[in-house]
Design a protein around this ligand. Sequence first.
Ligand code: FE
Length: 140
Amino acid sequence: MAKQPDGKFPVAKSNDEWRAALSKEQYHVLREHGTEPAGASALNDEKREGTFVCAGCGAPLFDSQSKYDSGSGWPSFTEPRKGAIGTSVDKSHFMVRTEIHCLNCGGHLGHVFADGPQPHGLRFCTNGAALIFTVRSDNS
Ligand code: FE
């Protein structure tokens, strides 16, 4: 298992506290660097306007405008919200990838790849279990 990114985060809990606060799937992805099966998340088909927040701490991570259909089976975004996400080098599974995590709680989200659409050319490939969608209400 790959280790969590190093460093201290504003939201810090013990493994037991995280386990109590999260579902099995959320804990596996966010705290154990897990990957959900492709196509597993209902968020793949989420097309409404709103914000994708961290399932661990509630920090807003992605806006719906940056979501696109990558065909990968994982919720994909062209860019995160400013200052929301950190990266680390992930050498697990005999690959070198760039891991992405919530900068507020350190929770693992997925990876970023360089095969996204222009102009950024990036694909932020997330696990739906790491995110919660909050739909934009008319009066906000
Ligand atoms: Fe978080």
